[in-house]
Design a protein around this ligand. Structure first.
Ligand SMILES: [Zn+2]
Length: 350
């Protein structure tokens, strides 16, 4: 059994991320065993926030960094686009080295859990599982949403869910007994109706959705995963986040393709906040990287609560002491080098 570790200082407490100017957290083994308001003696002094969850990645294309600069989304990512051609020509080692580099980038920027949409059916899933093995002892974990390598491949028992490319690329009409996510309305509106034939559990993008489509998604209680930096990279419309929130939709953030964006949640939060400052609060954006994806993908993390996994980012005590600690977190965390605790252990990441 590991010794208790205790920290005290400003922090975001509970599932509503309430800011507490003087709080404490006690961990034992890999769990938070106590936390609350107040000071405890002998504890290390820090500003404390929960570690992040990246709700949507494709880390298999990390080895193609900057290969698609100034291309359209279709030229880069559609069937027989640059990505697909390069991936089928690349060796397993090349793809896996890229995936490991992407996971390391996530670890360095405070992401303990991520959901990847993996290409390449069963062999593609095995490759990601192998890459993850190198990070198991560091406490990084992933859910793998895959798609078949060929029509009829029985891949679903090897992964966590079905990650469908788009309504244009795939024709499936069964859920295969697992959860399903799908890219919808990324380049144009009007795709939701067909996407619902897939009976999805969550939608990715919806940056071109009409208000009616948002209302429909809300009526079905469908969460949306947003990747605003990816949309900007391909010069696509930005998601209407304030309309989505008005409709009561649960939103999470993901960094999308590693070939176009770093898998850094601090960078994704900063971009999202800067492009929505007048309409969306920094606290809502922080939830999109912590409590919302934790609920969607049933991770026991994303908040500082008793019984949650001890996944914490620990900064200098003064870091959160500003007029708006949420804005400070989403705007400035990318310039910090926090002590990172995953699963109750400090992670050495440089
Ligand atoms: Zn995607």
């Amino acid at each position: 059994m590991m010794e208790n570790q205790s920290f005290t200082g400003p922090l975001f407490l509970g599932k509503n991320l309430e800011y507490v100017e003087q709080g404490y957290v006690i961990t034992e083994d890999n769990k938070i065993i106590d936390c609350g308001e107040g000071k405890i003696s002998g504890a290390k002094k820090h500003s404390i926030i929960p570690a992040f969850i990246n709700a949507h990645t494709h880390i298999g294309d990390h080895f193609l960094r900057e290969k698609c600069l100034n291309m359209t989304l279709d030229a880069a990512c559609a069937k027989r686009g640059i990505k697909e051609n390069c991936m089928s020509a690349a060796s397993d080692d090349t793809i896996m080295d890229g995936m490991k580099a992407a996971i390391l980038e996530m670890l360095r920027t405070g992401t303990c859990c991520f959901t990847d949409f993996r290409e390449g059916g069963k062999p593609g899933i095995s490759l990601l599982k192998k890459a993850l093995l190198s990070f198991k002892h560091k406490g990084v974990r992933a859910k793998i949403y895959a798609r078949p390598l060929y029509h009829g491949e029985n891949f679903i028992d090897n992964c966590d869910g079905y990650g469908a490319r788009s309504i244009r690329a795939e024709k499936i009409n069964m859920r295969l007994g697992r959860t399903l996510g799908i890219h919808v309305c990324e380049t144009k509106s009007g795709e939701l109706k067909n996407a619902l034939d897939f009976k999805p559990d969550f939608l990715v993008h919806m940056n071109n959705a009409t208000r009616e489509e948002l209302k429909k998604a809300a009526s079905l209680n469908l969460p949306i995963i947003l990747c605003p930096r990816s949309n900007a990279y391909f010069s696509l419309n930005a998601p209407d986040i304030s309309a989505m929130l008005e409709e009561g939709i649960s939103l999470s953030l993901g960094t999308d393709n590693a070939m176009t964006n770093t898998p850094s949640m601090p960078s994704e939060m900063e971009h999202t906040y800067r492009t929505n400052m007048k309409q969306v609060s920094a606290k809502e954006i922080l939830k999109m990287a912590t409590t919302n994806p934790a609920k969607l993908f049933t991770w026991n993390t994303g908040s500082i609560e008793k019984g949650k996994d001890a996944n914490l980012l620990l900064m200098d005590e003064s870091f959160l002491k500003t007029p708006d600690p949420y804005a400070t977190t989403v705007l400035r965390l990318q310039a910090q080098k926090p002590d990172i605790m995953f699963g109750g252990k400090f992670v050495h990441y440089y």
